[in-house]
Design a protein around this ligand. Structure first.
Ligand SMILES: *Cc1c(COP(=O)(O)O)cnc(C)c1O
Ligand SMILES: [Zn+2]
Length: 405
C-alpha cells in the first residue's frame, strides 16, 4: 500500500514530464508551472470513499492524492476539514437560499495558506531541502514560517511593508528571516529570485507555483467540498483570486475525483473574484485572452488578492473556460459593506478577500448569472481577525461610574 500515488510532475503548459523525486521549480523546457500527477488507476484500487470516514478530520485523509511519500514526513498542525456552513440569512437576503460558506478562517494561522504550507513544507523536508525563500502578501509567509519551524526548515520571507501586520509578527515569532519591501508582491518576488540565483542551490525558491506542491495542499479544499456534500458537486464555487492557486487547485482536485470515478460531472462553474483595484484576470477573461498582463499601481484592502500578474494566469483562465465559469471584480466599498453584513447576519467575521466572494455572489445573482435554486459555495479564505482595521469602532467610552439609558 502506497501512502502516496504520486507518479511524476508535468508542465501545465507544454506537458513535459519531470522527475518528482528531486527538488523542482519551473518547467525546464518552457518555464511554466509544474503540476503533480498521480497514478489514479492504482489509487482507485487502493482506496474508496468509504475508507476515508475512519481517518482523522484533516487534509492528510487524502494522502493517496497528495505528494508526500512517507507518513513520517508529514508536518501537520491539524489543518483541513473546515466547516461547510449554510449561510441561510445572508443567502435569503441576496436571493440565494442555498448559499454555503467554506470557512478557511479556522485552519492554523487563520488562512487557507496553511494547506499549501503543510503539504509544501512536508514535501520540501522529505526532499532534503534545508532553507526556503518566498515573496508573500503576508498569509503565505506566516504559514510557511510556522510550518517551516515545525519541520526544522529555515525560511526567508519578503513581504510588502503594508501587508497585514499580524502576518509579520507570525513570521518573527516562528524565527523566520523576515524582510519588508516598500513595494508590491511582484517586487518581493524579484528580490527572492535574485537571492535564490546567487545562493548556489542552498536556498529553495518556494514562490507560488514556482514549486509544485503548495497547490496540492490547496486542492484539498475541492476534495473536502465534494466529500462534505456526499460526493455531489455544487453548481457554483466562488473564489477570491490572487495567484489563483486555490482555484486551479480546486479544479485539479475535481478532475482527479472525476478520473477516480468518485464524482460525476458536470463540474461546478468556477468564479474568479478580484478587486477593482487589481483585476488582471478579470480583464483578460473579458478580452478573451489566454494570459493576463501586469496590472500597474494595484491596490485593494483585500491584500491576499493584490497580485498584479500571476504566473499561473493561463491555468486560471483555462479553469474558468472549461467549467463555463466567469470572472468579476468588486470595489473595496462593496466588499467592506458585505463583510459587515455577513458578520451581522451570520456571526461570521470573514476576511476582506472572503467578503469579496460574497459580493460576487450577490452581484452574479442580481445579474441572473446565478439562479435562485443554485447551490453556491463561497470560499472564505481567512479569518476576519487577521484584519482588525477593516471594521472601524466608534463606541463611546463610559466613565467608570457610567450608566446606559
Ligand atoms: C493568498 C490569499 C488569497 C488568494 O489566493 P490564491 O490562491 O493565491 O489566489 C485569498 N485570500 C486570502 C486570505 C489569501 O491569503
Ligand atoms: Zn513546459
Amino acid at each position: 500500500m502506497s501512502f502516496s500515488h504520486l507518479s511524476h510532475l508535468e508542465c501545465g503548459r507544454c506537458g513535459t514530464g519531470h522527475d518528482a523525486d528531486r527538488p523542482q521549480n519551473l518547467c525546464e523546457a518552457c518555464g511554466s508551472p509544474l503540476l503533480a500527477r498521480y497514478d489514479l488507476a492504482a489509487a482507485r484500487s487502493a482506496v474508496r470513499p468509504a475508507d476515508l470516514t475512519a481517518r482523522p478530520a484533516d487534509l492528510w485523509r487524502y494522502h493517496e492524492l497528495l505528494p508526500v511519500r512517507r507518513a513520517d514526513a508529514v508536518t501537520t498542525l491539524g489543518e483541513g476539514m473546515t466547516p461547510l456552513l449554510p449561510m441561510a440569512r445572508y443567502g435569503e437576503s441576496i436571493g440565494l437560499p442555498r448559499l454555503l460558506m467554506k470557512d478557511e478562517g479556522l485552519v492554523p494561522t487563520g488562512s487557507f495558506k496553511a494547506r499549501g504550507a503543510a503539504v509544501g513544507v512536508s514535501r520540501a523536508a522529505e526532499l532534503g531541502i534545508k532553507r526556503l525563500a518566498m515573496p508573500t502578501n503576508g498569509n503565505a509567509g506566516a504559514a510557511w514560517s510556522v510550518y517551516g519551524a515545525r519541520a526544522g526548515l529555515a525560511a526567508t520571507i519578503v513581504m510588502p511593508v503594508d501587508a497585514p501586520e499580524i502576518t509579520r509578527r507570525e513570521c518573527v515569532a516562528a524565527g523566520a528571516d523576515l524582510h519588508l519591501v516598500d513595494g508590491l508582491i511582484s517586487d518581493a518576488g524579484r528580490i527572492v529570485g535574485e537571492l535564490v540565483a546567487h545562493a548556489g542551490g542552498q536556498v529553495f525558491d518556494a514562490s507560488t507555483l514556482k514549486e509544485p506542491y503548495r497547490i496540492e495542499g490547496k486542492k484539498t479544499m475541492g476534495l473536502e467540498i465534494a466529500e462534505q456534500l456526499g460526493w455531489r458537486l455544487p453548481d457554483v464555487i466562488i473564489y477570491p483570486t490572487g495567484g489563483g492557486v486555490g482555484l486551479i487547485g480546486i479544479h485539479k482536485a475535481l478532475n482527479e475525483l472525476l478520473e477516480l470515478g468518485w464524482i460525476s460531472g458536470p463540474l461546478p462553474r468556477l468564479v474568479a473574484v478580484q478587486a477593482e483595484g487589481c483585476a488582471p484576470i478579470v480583464r483578460a477573461f473579458e478580452l478573451g485572452e489566454r494570459e493576463s498582463t501586469f496590472w500597474p499601481d494595484s491596490r485593494t484592502v483585500a491584500f491576499g488578492i493584490n497580485v498584479p500578474k500571476a504566473i499561473g494566469d493561463f491555468l486560471i483562465l483555462e479553469a474558468l473556460a472549461e467549467t463555463s465559469g466567469t470572472a468579476i471584480s468588486v470595489s473595496d466599498d462593496e466588499l467592506l459593506a458585505d463583510l459587515r453584513k455577513v458578520a451581522a447576519l451570520e456571526g461570521a467575521f470573514v476576511c476582506p478577500e472572503g467578503a469579496a466572494a460574497f459580493t460576487a455572489a450577490r452581484r452574479l445573482r442580481a445579474s441572473g448569472w446565478i439562479g435562485a435554486d443554485d447551490q453556491v459555495v463561497v470560499l472564505n479564505t481567512g479569518a476576519g481577525l487577521k484584519y482588525p482595521q477593516t471594521v472601524p469602532v466608534d463606541a463611546p467610552v463610559l466613565p467608570v461610574d457610567g450608566h446606559l439609558g
